[in-house]
Design a protein around this ligand. Structure first.
Ligand code: CMP
Length: 141
Protein backbone atom coordinates (compact mmCIF):
# COMPACT_ATOMS: atom_id res chain seq x y z
CA UNK A 1 0.00 0.00 0.00
CA UNK A 2 1.42 3.39 -1.04
CA UNK A 3 1.42 6.32 1.36
CA UNK A 4 1.02 9.02 -1.30
CA UNK A 5 -1.83 10.43 -3.34
CA UNK A 6 -2.29 13.20 -5.89
CA UNK A 7 -4.63 16.06 -5.04
CA UNK A 8 -5.60 19.01 -7.23
CA UNK A 9 -7.17 22.18 -5.90
CA UNK A 10 -9.34 23.00 -8.91
CA UNK A 11 -10.03 26.38 -10.56
CA UNK A 12 -13.22 27.00 -8.54
CA UNK A 13 -11.22 26.56 -5.32
CA UNK A 14 -8.72 29.23 -6.36
CA UNK A 15 -11.33 31.55 -7.95
CA UNK A 16 -13.32 31.66 -4.75
CA UNK A 17 -10.26 32.24 -2.55
CA UNK A 18 -10.67 28.90 -0.80
CA UNK A 19 -7.06 27.82 -1.27
CA UNK A 20 -5.96 28.59 2.29
CA UNK A 21 -9.02 26.97 3.83
CA UNK A 22 -8.61 23.84 1.69
CA UNK A 23 -4.91 23.49 2.53
CA UNK A 24 -5.59 24.03 6.26
CA UNK A 25 -8.31 21.38 6.11
CA UNK A 26 -5.97 18.89 4.45
CA UNK A 27 -3.13 19.55 6.93
CA UNK A 28 -5.55 19.28 9.87
CA UNK A 29 -6.44 15.78 8.64
CA UNK A 30 -2.81 14.75 9.07
CA UNK A 31 -1.56 14.88 5.48
CA UNK A 32 1.92 16.17 4.72
CA UNK A 33 2.48 18.13 1.52
CA UNK A 34 5.42 16.61 -0.32
CA UNK A 35 5.14 18.62 -3.55
CA UNK A 36 2.96 21.46 -4.76
CA UNK A 37 2.76 23.91 -7.66
CA UNK A 38 0.51 26.66 -8.98
CA UNK A 39 -0.16 26.25 -12.69
CA UNK A 40 -2.48 26.82 -15.62
CA UNK A 41 -3.24 23.56 -17.36
CA UNK A 42 -3.57 23.61 -21.14
CA UNK A 43 -6.46 21.74 -22.75
CA UNK A 44 -4.00 19.16 -24.05
CA UNK A 45 -2.65 18.60 -20.53
CA UNK A 46 -6.16 18.23 -19.09
CA UNK A 47 -7.06 15.80 -21.88
CA UNK A 48 -3.99 13.76 -20.96
CA UNK A 49 -4.76 13.79 -17.25
CA UNK A 50 -8.44 12.88 -17.66
CA UNK A 51 -8.01 10.54 -20.67
CA UNK A 52 -9.83 7.82 -18.73
CA UNK A 53 -13.04 9.90 -18.97
CA UNK A 54 -12.85 10.53 -22.75
CA UNK A 55 -16.24 9.94 -24.37
CA UNK A 56 -18.25 10.46 -21.18
CA UNK A 57 -21.04 13.06 -21.29
CA UNK A 58 -19.22 15.43 -18.95
CA UNK A 59 -15.80 15.14 -20.66
CA UNK A 60 -15.85 18.25 -22.91
CA UNK A 61 -17.10 20.47 -20.10
CA UNK A 62 -14.46 18.98 -17.78
CA UNK A 63 -11.69 19.90 -20.22
CA UNK A 64 -13.02 23.47 -20.53
CA UNK A 65 -13.40 23.87 -16.79
CA UNK A 66 -10.02 22.46 -15.73
CA UNK A 67 -8.20 24.64 -18.28
CA UNK A 68 -10.23 27.76 -17.37
CA UNK A 69 -7.96 29.03 -14.58
CA UNK A 70 -5.07 28.18 -12.32
CA UNK A 71 -5.07 25.09 -10.17
CA UNK A 72 -2.75 23.56 -7.57
CA UNK A 73 -1.67 19.94 -7.94
CA UNK A 74 0.01 18.49 -4.86
CA UNK A 75 1.48 15.26 -3.60
CA UNK A 76 0.09 14.33 -0.18
CA UNK A 77 1.52 11.78 2.20
CA UNK A 78 -0.20 9.86 4.96
CA UNK A 79 -0.72 6.22 5.82
CA UNK A 80 -3.26 4.75 3.39
CA UNK A 81 -3.27 8.12 1.62
CA UNK A 82 -5.48 7.30 -1.38
CA UNK A 83 -8.40 5.90 0.61
CA UNK A 84 -7.96 8.39 3.43
CA UNK A 85 -7.98 11.38 1.12
CA UNK A 86 -11.07 10.11 -0.71
CA UNK A 87 -12.80 10.14 2.67
CA UNK A 88 -11.58 13.67 3.38
CA UNK A 89 -12.90 15.06 0.07
CA UNK A 90 -16.22 13.17 -0.07
CA UNK A 91 -18.29 11.99 -3.03
CA UNK A 92 -17.85 13.50 -6.53
CA UNK A 93 -21.33 15.03 -6.34
CA UNK A 94 -21.23 17.43 -3.38
CA UNK A 95 -24.90 16.72 -2.64
CA UNK A 96 -23.87 13.15 -1.87
CA UNK A 97 -20.68 14.01 0.01
CA UNK A 98 -20.57 13.14 3.72
CA UNK A 99 -20.77 15.99 6.22
CA UNK A 100 -17.55 17.87 6.93
CA UNK A 101 -15.80 16.72 3.80
CA UNK A 102 -14.08 19.25 1.55
CA UNK A 103 -16.71 18.88 -1.16
CA UNK A 104 -19.68 19.02 1.20
CA UNK A 105 -18.29 22.22 2.69
CA UNK A 106 -17.14 24.01 -0.46
CA UNK A 107 -18.10 22.39 -3.79
CA UNK A 108 -20.82 23.96 -5.92
CA UNK A 109 -21.54 21.14 -8.40
CA UNK A 110 -20.39 17.73 -9.61
CA UNK A 111 -18.24 19.42 -12.23
CA UNK A 112 -16.92 22.29 -10.10
CA UNK A 113 -16.18 20.09 -7.16
CA UNK A 114 -13.23 22.03 -5.77
CA UNK A 115 -10.73 19.21 -5.35
CA UNK A 116 -9.52 16.05 -7.06
CA UNK A 117 -8.12 12.98 -5.33
CA UNK A 118 -6.67 9.86 -6.98
CA UNK A 119 -9.14 6.97 -6.92
CA UNK A 120 -6.69 4.04 -6.73
CA UNK A 121 -3.07 3.28 -5.84
CA UNK A 122 -2.30 2.65 -9.49
CA UNK A 123 -3.80 5.96 -10.60
CA UNK A 124 -2.10 7.83 -7.75
CA UNK A 125 1.30 6.73 -9.03
CA UNK A 126 0.41 7.69 -12.61
CA UNK A 127 -1.11 11.03 -11.58
CA UNK A 128 1.83 11.98 -9.34
CA UNK A 129 4.23 11.21 -12.19
CA UNK A 130 2.04 13.29 -14.55
CA UNK A 131 2.78 16.47 -12.57
CA UNK A 132 5.95 15.87 -10.60
CA UNK A 133 9.35 14.49 -11.56
CA UNK A 134 10.90 12.59 -8.62
CA UNK A 135 13.32 15.42 -7.85
CA UNK A 136 10.36 17.73 -7.06
CA UNK A 137 8.96 15.44 -4.37
CA UNK A 138 10.31 16.03 -0.88
CA UNK A 139 11.66 12.82 0.63
CA UNK A 140 12.54 13.98 4.14
CA UNK A 141 10.52 16.21 6.48
P1 CMP B 1 -12.67 14.27 -10.29
O1 CMP B 1 -12.66 13.55 -8.99
O2 CMP B 1 -11.55 15.21 -10.57
O3 CMP B 1 -12.74 13.18 -11.47
C1 CMP B 1 -13.38 13.42 -12.71
C2 CMP B 1 -14.09 14.73 -12.77
O4 CMP B 1 -15.06 14.85 -13.78
C3 CMP B 1 -14.87 14.91 -11.48
O5 CMP B 1 -14.02 15.09 -10.38
C4 CMP B 1 -15.74 16.09 -11.86
O6 CMP B 1 -15.06 17.32 -11.81
C5 CMP B 1 -16.07 15.78 -13.32
N1 CMP B 1 -17.42 15.24 -13.49
C6 CMP B 1 -18.47 15.90 -14.00
N2 CMP B 1 -19.56 15.16 -14.04
C7 CMP B 1 -19.24 13.97 -13.54
C8 CMP B 1 -19.98 12.78 -13.32
N3 CMP B 1 -21.27 12.67 -13.63
N4 CMP B 1 -19.32 11.74 -12.78
C9 CMP B 1 -18.01 11.84 -12.47
N5 CMP B 1 -17.25 12.96 -12.67
C10 CMP B 1 -17.87 14.02 -13.19
Amino acid sequence: MSNKTLAILKPDCLNRNLTGKAIDFILDKGFKIKAMKLMNLTKVEVEGFYAIHKGKPFYDELIEYMSSGPCIPMVLEKENAVENFREVIGATDPREAAENTLRSLYAKSTQRNTVHGSDSEENAQKEIAFFFPLKEIITCQ
